[in-house]
Design a protein around this ligand. Structure first.
Ligand code: UDP
Ligand code: MG
Length: 318
């Protein structure tokens, strides 16, 4: 049996060697499985790729894919999944926030016959209070409006069968939201939880703004509810306006002309203008997504790799 360990890395020179050593310790103690590291260098600007090459020279289980630029963690995971042919495939962060000590337990879950062993963080103590607040709000909202279930605290740290990996890879959208994709493809999943740990070294790559964009991405990728909400509010306002219009007509017929009303007129106009722009914005958000998707651009571009026969490459990878 073969297990691939996919590790997306962006500027992880501070922690990559430590990650490799810690993980190697664990997998060396697991009997009956061949492991392979699949490091994905996501356009790092530091020595991350050099470290990968050094590791590959020392240990033939180390494979790497290096992108031509930074494509984002979603693309890095996709490239890793697409190029992983093992029976089980594991995705892990490079910063040791995903404890390698869980690997034996995950393997035994897979042996029980599950297609996926997923993890969630029991606490989020190492995130800022503000980030925790918005994360909770986000998951509450997403789970209410979308078709798929995305448990709060669920990360990308999970082990999947090759069958499930093929299904995930078959969802080839360019704007990827893996948490939703994993849940959308289905299969028997067992959840285990682990204690939140701090990043071993280096810095988080997420700014508040990038998390916000990620949240919008998560909502629009798995739900068209915002469009329906816009339609609903639009019809509600139209209904109320129509009643009001009838009222004005009757009032005018009965009591004649009536000049005042500047304030109410302004209020209604501004409110309506705002609602119209908001709705157009929501529609635009989906059109923009369609625009990106219909271009069918590749999700990642390989610059260098030591894989024999990589998927979607353009040759001359050494
Ligand atoms: N990562 C990546 N590409 C990016 C940003 C992040 O491959 O553009 C990787 C990063 O190297 C790490 C993982 O994604 O292995 C998680 O990133 P990070 O630890 O910064 O996120 P956090 O744990 O704070 O959510
Ligand atoms: Mg991290």
């Amino acid at each position: 049996m073969k297990v691939n360990i996919i590790v997306p890395c962006y500027n992880e020179e501070a922690v990559l060697t430590m990650f490799y050593e810690e993980t190697a310790k664990v997998i060396n103690s697991v009997q009956g499985y061949d492991f392979e590291f699949m490091f994905v260098n996501d356009g790092s600007k530091d020595r991350t790729l050099d470290i990968m090459k050094e590791l590959a020279e020392k240990d033939e289980r180390v494979k790497y894919i290096s992108f031509s630029r930074n494509f984002g963690k979603e693309s890095a995971m996709y490239a890793g999944l697409k190029n992983s042919k093992g029976d089980y495939v594991l995705i892990m962060d490079a910063d040791l926030q995903h404890p390698p000590a869980l690997i034996p337990q995950m393997i035994s879950v897979m042996e029980e016959g599950y297609d996926c062993c997923a993890t969630n963080r029991a606490t989020r103590d190492n995130d800022s209070k503000l980030r925790q607040f918005f994360t909770n709000k986000f998951y509450g909202f997403v789970n209410k409006i979308s078709d798929v279930d995305m448990p709060n605290g669920a990360g990308d740290f999970r082990m999947m069968s090759q069958k499930m990996v093929r299904a995930v890879v078959a969802l080839s959208e360019v704007q990827r939201f893996s948490k939703g994709i994993f849940s959308w493809v289905g299969f028997d999943t067992k959840w285990i939880s682990f204690e939140d740990v701090e990043r071993a070294a280096g810095e988080t790559k997420w700014s508040f703004w990038s998390l916000f964009k990620y949240a919008v991405q998560g909502i629009t990728a798995f739900s068209t509810a915002p469009l329906k909400i816009a339609t609903f509010i639009g019809s509600l306002i139209s209904g109320v306006s129509f009643m009001y219009l009838l009222g004005i007509i009757i009032h005018t017929l009965a009591f004649g002309k009536d000049a005042p009303g500047y304030a109410s007129l302004m209020a209604v106009m501004l409110f309506m203008g705002g609602m119209i722009l908001l709705s157009i914005g929501i529609v635009g958000e989906y059109i923009a997504k369609m625009y990106i998707e219909v271009k069918r651009r590749p999700i990642y571009i390989i610059g260098k790799t030591n894989i024999e026969d990589p998927e979607d490459d353009y040759g001359d990878n050494k």
